[in-house]
Design a protein around this ligand. Structure first.
Ligand code: GLP
Length: 242
């Protein structure tokens, strides 16, 4: 079952999400946080940084595992998810370098890297709180429509629409990698709690589909209806077609 929180706008959505993450970290300083890239969580990350600076909420014992990473980009490429996370969050809070985990999209053996990432999450004791955005085609992480719900961390081919949606982070659309490593749908579903954020009118059609409650692999996010602890925080624009 999905709990829906309606926020009036993007700032409000970010406040609600940041509050939930801060509560989690205060309650469990050793929490394992699953983090996401994309534009949507940026406001939330800004508020976590602000709160860290003002109230000294500490991330020193927190472990982070990111959902995904492009294949074949150097980790210091500005559009890599490593670089994105460093710039927008990791460098600005007191996370320990060794507690930061993202799939290595430059690993020689990508299948082995996927197995290693799955094992790492397991060894950390699983994810306490997983933050998610949603793609316009309903993807979560980089799990495109048609991905089996049983999938674990795997290599994916990105759809043309996903590559277009992410092109703004690159100098030219042709630079967007064709492949990525992503946590699988099953990996995500194993998280103890999930928070999905959706903002803006361009997410209205997919949010309408999601809120119709039918579960199908054609809409990867719809699997969340089967999870017992999911909160969707969406703003008025994202819910304008519901
Ligand atoms: C990418 C990421 C997803 C993210 C999605 C939506 O494809 N891999 O994790 O949820 O984009 O991005 P945005 O928040 O920019 O709309």
């Amino acid at each position: 079952m999905i709990r829906l929180i309606r926020s009036k706008d993007y700032d409000h959505l970010s406040q609600i999400a940041a509050k939930k993450i801060i509560e989690q970290v205060k309650h469990n300083p050793h929490a394992v946080l699953g983090l996401a890239t994309g534009s949507t969580p940026l406001g939330t990350y800004r508020l976590l940084i602000e709160d860290h600076q003002k109230n000294e909420t500490s991330y020193y014992h927190v472990q982070t595992v990111n959902l995904d990473e492009y294949v074949g980009l150097p980790s210091d490429h500005p559009a890599s998810f490593h670089a994105f996370m460093k710039k927008n969050l990791f460098n600005l809070i007191d996370l320990k370098e060794e507690n930061i985990h993202l799939p290595n999209g430059n690993a020689k053996d990508l299948d082995h890297e996927c197995e290693k990432y799955e094992k790492l999450i397991e060894d950390l004791g699983g994810i306490d709180l997983q933050l998610l955005g949603i793609g316009r085609n309903g993807h979560i992480g980089f799990n495109e429509p048609g991905t089996p719900f049983s999938s674990k961390t795997h290599v994916v081919q990105l759809s043309p629409s996903t590559r277009r949606a992410n092109a703004c982070f690159f100098q030219s659309p042709s630079e967007v990698p064709e492949n990525a490593i992503t946590m699988g749908i099953n990996t995500i579903m194993q998280s103890r709690e999930i928070l999905l954020l959706a903002s803006g009118v361009e997410k209205a059609p997919v949010m309408r589909q999601l809120m119709e409650k039918s579960i199908s692999i054609d809409l990867p996010a719809s699997v969340l209806h089967r999870h017992s602890n999911v909160t969707v925080i969406a703003d008025e624009e994202a819910l304008s077609s519901c």
